[in-house]
Design a binder for this molecule. Structure first.
Ligand SMILES: [Zn+2]
Length: 95
């Protein structure tokens, strides 16, 4: 039996947000240009801005199904990403 255990790793948040596919209930969004309705089981690049997807995150609990569909992408935790990108935005506002 296997289960998921999250690994802590440092990422360049700007790189992540430029190449992240965010998966909702049925479709995915591009975190770079906010393009909606992307087929997350297939898309290699964003149909809106052409960004190449390297990372995937989901707001749903359906991690295993999504992970199985996209073994080519690095699966990151959506809450972790939200926290990190919020910090980056706050810093950008101050500078
Ligand atoms: Zn895009």
């Amino acid at each position: 039996m296997t289960e998921f255990i999250r690994v802590w790793k440092e990422f360049d948040i700007k790189d992540v947000s430029g190449h992240l596919l965010m998966v909702g209930d049925l479709t995915g969004d591009c975190s770079s240009c906010r393009h909606l309705g992307i087929d997350y089981s297939q898309a290699k690049t964003c149909p809106g801005c052409g960004a190449e997807f390297k990372y995937i995150a989901t707001r749903t609990r359906d991690t295993r199904r999504i992970k199985t569909k996209r073994p080519d992408l690095i699966f990151i935790d959506f809450e972790d990403y939200k926290k990190a990108s919020g910090k980056l935005r706050a810093r950008d506002l101050l500078s």
